[in-house]
Design a binder for this molecule. Structure first.
Ligand SMILES: Cc1cc2nc3c(=O)[nH]c(=O)nc-3n(C[C@H](O)[C@H](O)[C@H](O)COP(=O)(O)O)c2cc1C
Length: 311
């Protein structure tokens, strides 16, 4: 029996539900020697901003128990260089390209980016990174939410503005650093998002006890990897109860077994992040693993697995 593993994210059809997560796969070229990129369901690019960014000072990463901290600070070449240098290579791969975008200071930059990308037919979707914990909006007083995705009304307004600017599929990526992630997911859905991606990294910190210095120059950073998986699965499950649009689940997916948890919790698709640094082929292995699991369990369509939790 050949099970169906194609899925839809809005009007976008993916041949399988496995993507690579923003910031953990560069602009794909970096990984071309390690795996057959054509096998991926979709590629999500490193987040780009309007202007180039150098990112945060080093050290920007460190290992933690069952995970890692990063504070890259959205280092990227900026929109123009992305279009001239990165996109031509991405276009040739032949899988849907999802471009992750973020603003630096003014949320209106999202609209400018979306309008520019709208004209490029090879771009299948735009992911709104309103959840990066490593760039703070210094204009806001410290007691205000620092991320757009920490405020339902800011999330609604932003998604609505981008929705007006583009006919492309919009995916909104949420932060777990909130009290109630369902309120933010609902706001994004109401604003016109086609899908929700969750979770981005969890705000965290690690200290070198000999030097008494933080292990990351910016002191706090984003935690990713298996350590965050149970939190991510819980959040996917909670959000699934509240929204109708598809969820792209991520957070500590290391193998087929961990990917399957996300589908059962309610995700339509999944994204592989930190695991790419350990085994660059892991996404392709997960696609094969999902197929085997469906066949073994006589599941005809991956859709049957979504929200199959027996609670
Ligand atoms: C080194 C690194 C860089 C990242 N850069 C981005 C980024 O540019 N944009 C974004 O939306 N998420 C970024 N993320 C978050 C991942 O896309 C993902 O949401 C998160 O790491 C959880 O998944 P994981 O545990 O499988 O890594 C980054 C994560 C890591 C580890």
């Amino acid at each position: 029996m050949q099970s169906t593993i194609s899925i839809h994210i809005g009007k976008l059809k993916l041949k399988n539900p496995v993507m690579v997560a923003s910031g953990t796969f560069g602009y794909a070229e970096e990984f071309k020697d390690f795996l057959d990129l054509k096998k991926l369901g979709a590629i999500v690019t490193k987040t780009i901003t309007l202007k180039p960014r150098q990112g945060n000072p080093a050290p920007r990463t460190c290992e933690t128990p069952a995970g890692m901290l990063n504070s890259i600070g959205l280092e990227n070449p900026g929109l123009d260089k992305f279009i001239t240098e990165k996109l031509p290579i991405l276009k040739k791969i032949g899988v849907p390209i999802i471009v992750s975008i973020a603003s630096e200071k003014d949320p209106r930059e999202f609209v400018t980016l979306a309008k520019r990308l709208e004209k490029i037919k090879e771009i299948s979707a735009i992911e709104l990174n309103i959840s990066c914990p490593n760039i703070k909006n210094s204009q806001l007083p410290t007691h205000s939410p620092q991320l757009i995705s920490q405020d339902p009304s800011a999330t609604f307004d932003l998604v609505k503005q981008v929705r007006k600017a583009t006919g492309k599929v919009i995916i909104t990526k949420l932060s777990p650093n909130v009290t109630d992630i369902t309120a933010i997911a609902l706001a994004a859905e109401k604003g016109g998002s086609d899908a929700i991606a969750l979770i981005n990294t969890i705000s965290a910190m690690s200290i070198d006890i000999n030097t008494k210095k933080p292990k990351i120059a910016m002191v706090t950073a984003g935690l990713s990897g298996p350590a965050i998986r149970p939190i991510a699965v819980r959040m996917v499950w909670e959000v699934y109860q509240k929204i109708k649009i598809p969820i792209i689940g991520m957070g500590g997916i290391m193998d087929t077994l961990s990917a399957l948890e996300f589908f059962i919790a309610g995700a339509t698709a999944i994204s592989v992040g930190t695991a790419n640094f350990i085994n660059p082929k892991v996404s392709v292995e997960i696609i094969e693993g999902i197929k085997k699991y469906l066949t073994k369990n006589k599941i005809k369509n991956i859709k049957e697995l979504v929200d199959s939790l027996k609670a």
